[in-house]
Design a protein around this ligand. Structure first.
Ligand code: AMP
Length: 422
């Protein structure tokens, strides 16, 4: 059993950086992946964000580059990430873990000016963290060479394929030397991902942590059956429960994300939205505000939320159910980090029943379905005065409608359906 970073034979400058970060012992993926990676093996890592996978690949890369005799300042390590947010986070990890080593890194991503990135490359870097599109642009313009790469990492391979990065990835891989160390990480392993990894890796060590079912087990999952038009009201109702302290809400569409965030803001709930149509800086700001607790709710599309690493998410709310069941597992894995409790709430309208069945099949778990009608009706306060019995149908209906719109300001979560506070 490996229980300390010393057992992992990490060099002193790296151990010093880790102790500054208060990392006391390696996570399971680090304990399993670091020794073979230090020995130069290829690796297939099945792990989600939150397992410590970034350090699992970053530490051996730093250590091997620090020990290599190749001159510093030529690009020797390449990490490919599907989203800008993830690339930024990985770059930050290299900065932190490598702070006592004389190695430099650059983050190459789209959506921002390319000039600073070109300047960084020209000044000489050892490690490049990149999203595939911009990397190819710079490669084609001759701003960097990949023929000195000794190690490549494909992170979140399943997301890469979802986003449609298969061709850019293949082109990048073809530009790399054949003799190299290769690593693929993915939360899920559908056949297309397995095939891609198989093409890239040579005799890899396979490391798998927190299998889907295990992750899902710690998470309190519940499903509300609700008609699509009532989803908005259900969300506001649920959010009256202060136990939902930090919620990540997933929607299928960018417009949906905006609309929901705006509606929540109107009802006085601090909410923000992130999706592909927002500028990089607006997205980053929303993520930072959410992380700092300035926003209680972050509404996101799957693509925008990829790779975001935020601790302390008490609830993941699936406003729309994903069509791809793996996405569900990926989404709910954002809560219940590092052994903490967490809850996932899903809204399922009649058209989404098939998606729900696919999810149950994948997670091998049957989910309890709560009819939202009860919750939506329970919070309606009856007008203390009996409705005037005018005998006038129209007036009676008016009065009923009015009272149905008034909602109880207190706890909205029904007893017996309490959500783990996380
Ligand atoms: P990752 O899965 O790489 O996104 O890492 C998830 C979070 O765990 C990050 O906030 C890391 O800083 C943190 N982390 C990674 N390794 C360790 C460790 N050995 N001890 C404590 N925290 C860690």
């Amino acid at each position: 059993m490996i229980s300390s970073f010393t057992d992992l034979a990490l060099i002193e400058p790296i151990r010093r950086a880790l102790s500054l970060e208060n990392y006391r012992q390696p996570t399971p993926i680090q304990a399993q992946a670091i020794p073979p990676l230090l020995a130069g093996r290829d690796l297939l890592g099945i792990a989600q964000t939150g397992t410590g996978k970034t350090a699992a690949f970053a530490l051996p890369i730093l250590q091997r580059l620090a020990a290599s005799t190749t001159p510093r300042g030529s690009v020797r390590a390449l990490v490919l990430a599907p989203t800008r947010e993830l690339a930024i986070q990985i770059g930050e990890s290299f900065r932190i873990y490598g702070r006592f080593l004389p190695l430099r890194h650059a983050v190459i991503l789209g959506g921002v000016g390319q000039r600073p990135q070109v300047a960084a490359l020209a000044a000489g870097v050892d490690i490049v963290v990149a999203t595939p599109g911009r990397l190819l642009d710079l490669l084609e313009q001759g701003h960097l060479r990949l023929d000195g790469i000794s190690v490549v990492v494909l992170d979140e391979a399943d997301r890469m394929l979802d986003i449609g990065f298969i061709q850019p990835i293949k082109r990048i891989i073809r530009a790399l030397p054949r003799t190299r160390q290769s690593l693929c990480f993915s939360a899920t392993m559908p056949p297309a991902v397995a095939k891609l990894c198989d093409d890239i890796l040579r005799d890899p060590v396979r490391v798998e942590v927190t299998p889907n079912a295990a992750t899902a087990e710690r998470i309190d999952q519940r499903v509300f059956s609700v008609d699509a038009p009532n989803k908005r009201r259900l969300l506001s109702t649920l959010l009256r429960d202060r136990a939902i302290a930090r919620a990540l809400v997933f929607t299928r569409t960018k417009n949906g994300a905006n609309r929901i965030a705006e509606q929540l803001l109107r009802t006085g709930i601090r909410a923000g939205a992130i999706h592909g149509n927002k500028s990089q800086s607006a997205r980053q700001r929303a993520i930072t505000d959410f992380r700092d607790g300035k926003l209680r709710v972050l509404v996101a599309t799957d693509i925008a939320a990829r790779g975001i690493d935020i601790d302390g998410i008490t609830h993941v709310i699936n406003y729309d159910l994903p069509n791809v069941p793996e996405t569900y597992v990926h989404r709910i894995g954002r809560t219940a980090r590092a052994g903490a409790a967490g809850a996932a709430i899903s809204f399922c309208d009649p058209a989404e029943r098939a998606s729900l069945r696919d999810i149950e099949r994948l997670t091998r778990r049957s989910l309890t379905i709560i009819d939202a009608k009860g919750l939506l009706a329970a919070e309606v306060v009856k007008d203390p005065r009996p409705p005037r019995s005018t005998g006038n149908q129209h007036h009676r209906r008016e009065a009923q409608r009015e009272s149905a719109q008034r909602v109880k300001p207190s706890r909205a979560w029904p007893r017996g359906a309490a959500v783990a506070a996380g």
